[in-house]
Design a protein around this ligand. Structure first.
Ligand SMILES: [Zn+2]
Length: 118
């Protein structure tokens, strides 16, 4: 069963709504960006993600193959989500589960996402 969650950055400028499937694990990515930021990730189709406010507060950082938009709030610096094409070429969003208002990450298994090898 999927559930709808709200999340965003620290200062509140960036807010989004995301519909997640029932999760039993989160991904911890070992790429040079994510291991520094300490993200716990969930990947969703772009259709399950809505940016409610803050498009003008977002700055984009790109590296490696420059495909993924690593977005952060220009005011508070928090990286609450990213977006880009998935392996299937369709648009996906990557949500930082730690940035959701009402989501308990404690019970989740942590699985390695080997972003360093992508
Ligand atoms: Zn912010």
């Amino acid at each position: 069963m999927s559930t709808t969650h709200h999340g965003g950055c620290h200062c509140g400028a960036v807010r989004y709504t995301v519909t997640l499937p029932e999760l039993d694990k989160a991904y911890a990515c070992n790429c040079s960006m994510c291991r520094r930021a300490g993200w716990l990730l969930a990947f969703v189709p772009a259709t399950a993600f809505t940016l409610d406010q803050g498009a003008d507060a977002l700055a984009v950082y790109r590296f490696h193959n420059h495909v993924i938009e690593h977005l952060f709030c220009k005011h508070c610096g928090i990286k609450s989500f990213a977006r880009g094409p998935g392996h299937d070429g369709e648009p996906w969003a990557t949500v930082n589960l730690r940035c959701l208002d009402d989501f308990d990450t404690q019970g989740l298994a942590i699985e390695l996402f080997d972003g360093a090898s992508v």
